[in-house]
Design a protein around this ligand. Sequence first.
Ligand SMILES: Cc1cc2nc3c(=O)[nH]c(=O)nc-3n(C[C@H](O)[C@H](O)[C@H](O)COP(=O)(O)OP(=O)(O)OC[C@H]3O[C@@H](n4cnc5c(N)ncnc54)[C@H](O)[C@@H]3O)c2cc1C
Length: 393
Amino acid sequence: MKRVAVLGGGPAGAFAAAELASAGIRTVVFDEKLAWEKPCGGGLTYKAYHQYPFLIENDTPKKLITESVLAAPRAGEVNLRLREPLLIYSRLDLNRMLLQRAERAGAWIEKARVLEMNRAGSGWKLRTSTGILDADFCVVATGARNPLREVGTQLRPEDTMSALGYYIPGNQERIDIQFLPRLEGYIWVFPRCGHLSIGICGKGEPAGSLRKRLETYMTEKGIAWKGAPFYSHLLPSLEPSGWKCNRVAGDGWLAVGDAAGLVDPITGEGLYYAIRSADLAAKALLSELGCFAEKVQAYRRMLRRDFAVDLEFGSRLAKRVFLGRFLFGTVPARMVQFTRRSPRFCAVMQDLFAGTQPYLGLRRRLMRNLNGSLYEIAMNLGLGRLVPGKVGG
Ligand SMILES: Cc1cc2nc3c(=O)[nH]c(=O)nc-3n(C[C@H](O)[C@H](O)[C@H](O)COP(=O)(O)OP(=O)(O)OC[C@H]3O[C@@H](n4cnc5c(N)ncnc54)[C@H](O)[C@@H]3O)c2cc1C
């Protein structure tokens, strides 16, 4: 393999490039903007920086947040201490740090838009805004709005969420998460260095209506949002059927990050999966396997084994988490109430925020703890005398 072209220099592309270049592969990254303030909360979970310590061990400005407030209609709010801090970056800073890392590893970084990719023998001829380049293999990292139609996931409208928000001057030391009536999504307030990223994501609802919900929320909270910079973007949120036919790789290319639809369909976490998929793509390309076709197959298998099966399972839970009902209330309201009343349930929420509780084991853990949680809630409500004895767990 003489040259790999990485199309897109966001977290997925920059990480893949760093891995390939440091293994001695001639790697070129094309990004039309290079480092930029990509619309995002900028939150990185413990799972991400525990696995990739350079994400926390660096001089790039970031916030470490250990307090959160969860709120849902008819349930008020609850403080949730995060056992493991959430790291919050401005995306301009995070992207710049990742691109510099790729450059230090030996990747060639070029500010150019990839306009067209055509098969040329067993390789590619790429037409970019700055010229023509031949490459043996392509890593597709062009994000959720991938303009290269023949490669990467094919997002149907039902496989996406709208996500939009404002950058508001200000400071606070906690994150806020607000669930809303009849919304498969939520509002977040993420403090960054010097400003807040306040946004909303939602599935199946027009962006205009999400924006109204967000502005109403900010007005009610006394947040001065008028005149603040507005952002909006697409967030992959694959339906179960979307996972079944997800196009993550093909002849001569692998897709990583949002371009492969690899985002948590419940939380919208995409940064970890961008970096993790880039890591797996580089491992597949660098493996001893003989031909590209085998490497492509290996990448598909690695993705499924590592996290894609879990995210696919998450996509089957998403509607129930936001729109479902439990014990005569909405699930978000119950989550807030249970977090308030039950230390066991609170621990589950802490692990979900840290990214260390897979969806595949969630149901079993909740069922195992349910009796204990309900007992704790009953005791908390002062109903201890109505409970004949400790109910299991
Ligand atoms: C509003 C919002 C909030 C979010 N908040 C969070 C959060 O708090 N935590 C979290 O983990 N995830 C969050 N996400 C998801 C996260 O932003 C993405 O999952 C992540 O950016 C994916 O990284 P990526 O490298 O795959 O794609 P991107 O970051 O989108 O990078 C793609 C790059 O490709 C370049 N590009 C595209 N087309 C071309 C082309 N033709 N030629 C050259 N370059 C091209 C772009 O310029 C861009 O730099 C959020 C998403 C949204 C929309």
